[in-house]
Write a protein that binds this ligand. Structure first.
Ligand SMILES: Cc1cc2nc3c(=O)[nH]c(=O)nc-3n(C[C@H](O)[C@H](O)[C@H](O)COP(=O)(O)OP(=O)(O)OC[C@H]3O[C@@H](n4cnc5c(N)ncnc54)[C@H](O)[C@@H]3O)c2cc1C
Length: 377
């Protein structure tokens, strides 16, 4: 196959890769190719959206994304399914209550005062299906809620293709410096690009290694259980997240149940552990009596793309300017894809980014200046 030249070649056709391609095309960035082998995390995401974060840059990414989601149908022709059902975080200790309160201060400093601390009575009112034993307090935002990951993916992909972006189904197997650009070997032929965007999700570290660049992103398995269709939860139920990470939400006619665990020995393994299912069902019996008798229809697992400080990497790779990183969102990549795609395209086309994204510069790890590892719970 002959060698082709691209202004930008995006490796990774998940929601982030296509958001970058869509925004680049809108900015008239020239010839753009998206190379993807399929099987990424976007199709496994459960579709939560929140502005309740504990660091300023993550709150601001959410606010920009939300603004864009509210205009998404206008921008792409597709409904992203954004529904403000709310997010309810439940502290199980006084220390967690203080963490929630500190995160609210960070959100307020970003001009986002929609979340509030809630006492047990309000927790009961917001989520009548749960047992509140062991819950100390909560934080609730009525403007957080749910999105449809694959509709956002479709919206960006279809819009980019209409604007002339091309796609190649295959695997990038080699990246090599070639003058000021990069030569990309793929399973279906060689390509040549001025800039390569690493939007390879949980595989971003492996892709970086092909170019001899360390991209500190590791996969982390997340297991999910899906109930049979049920009316056991009131439709107004928000996303409910307990202090140890157990959480659930309704979607269409069923309920998704999650409980984070550390990964197994093979970090890319996406099998579901039977013991995990047992522990999850026990937690459901104890904490969500309304769901106790509802059988599971299926289980599955997917991969988060974890960076060391659990913040995205956005910008040129240290030591290789022509490799641009948009990865490491650490489990928030769908909700932040609208903002990250726009910001990446702005930076790649020499425009001033709409947000101050210095906190996301990939060089922060080598500089010994990562973001504080601050979680809500
Ligand atoms: C169970 C679960 C629940 C989640 N829930 C949420 C949620 O509620 N909200 C939220 O915002 N996020 C959630 N996430 C995280 C979210 O799925 C990711 O952050 C997001 O999908 C990342 O998008 P991406 O485009 O970077 O990666 P992906 O969707 O993984 O796309 C990357 C693509 O690159 C391809 N690729 C990799 N290497 C190569 C190569 N060498 N050559 C060609 N192609 C390559 C991959 O095969 C893949 O198709 C969840 C994730 C999981 C697993």
């Amino acid at each position: 196959m002959s060698q082709v030249s691209w202004d930008v070649l995006v490796v990774g056709g998940g929601v982030i890769g296509w958001s970058v391609a869509h925004h680049l095309a809108r900015f008239g960035a020239g010839r753009i190719l998206v190379v993807d082998r399929g099987g990424g995390s976007t199709e496994r995401a459960t579709g939560g959206f929140r502005a309740q974060f504990a660091t300023e840059v993550n709150v601001r990414l959410s606010l920009l994304s939300r603004e864009k989601l509210l205009r998404f149908a206008e921008e792409t022709g597709v409904d992203p399914g954004f529904r403000a059902n709310g997010y309810l975080f439940l502290a199980g200790t006084e220390a967690q209550s203080r963490q929630l309160a500190a995160a609210l201060e960070v959100q307020r400093a970003c001009g986002c005062d929609e979340a509030r601390l809630v006492e047990i009575d309000e927790v009961r009112r917001l989520a009548p299906s749960i047992r509140v034993d062991g819950v100390v307090s909560g934080a609730f935002s009525p403007r957080d809620g749910f999105i449809r990951p694959m509709e956002i993916h479709r919206g960006y992909m279809e819009s980019a293709l209409r604007a002339g972006v091309e796609r190649l189904q295959g695997e990038a197997t080699g990246l090599e410096r070639d003058g000021a650009g990069i030569r990309v070997e793929t399973s279906v032929g060689r390509q040549q690009a001025a800039v390569v965007v690493n939007a390879a999700g949980a595989w971003a570290g492996r892709l970086g290694a092909l170019a001899g660049v360390e991209v500190p992103v590791r996969p982390l398995r997340r297991q999910v259980a899906v109930t049979v269709p049920t009316e056991a939860l009131p439709p107004s139920t928000p996303m409910v997240i307990f202090g140890d990470g157990f959480h659930f939400r309704g979607v269409d006619d069923h309920v998704l149940l999650l409980w984070p665990t550390e990964g197994g020995t093979d970090p890319f393994d996406v099998s579901v552990e039977p013991e995990w299912v047992e522990r999850l069902l026990e937690a459901v019996r104890q904490r969500v009596p309304a769901l106790a008798g509802v059988p599971l229809a299926s289980t599955y697992a997917g991969l988060y793309e974890m960076s060391p400080d659990e913040h995205a990497l956005l910008g040129p790779a240290p030591g290789l300017e022509s490799l641009f990183l948009v990865n490491g969102s650490s489990g928030h990549g769908v909700m932040h894809a609208p903002a990250l795609g726009q910001l990446a395209a702005e930076m790649l086309t020499g425009r001033p980014p709409s947000l101050d994204v210095r906190a996301l510069r990939p060089s922060r790890f080598a500089e010994g200046a990562p973001n504080p590892l601050r979680r809500l719970l």
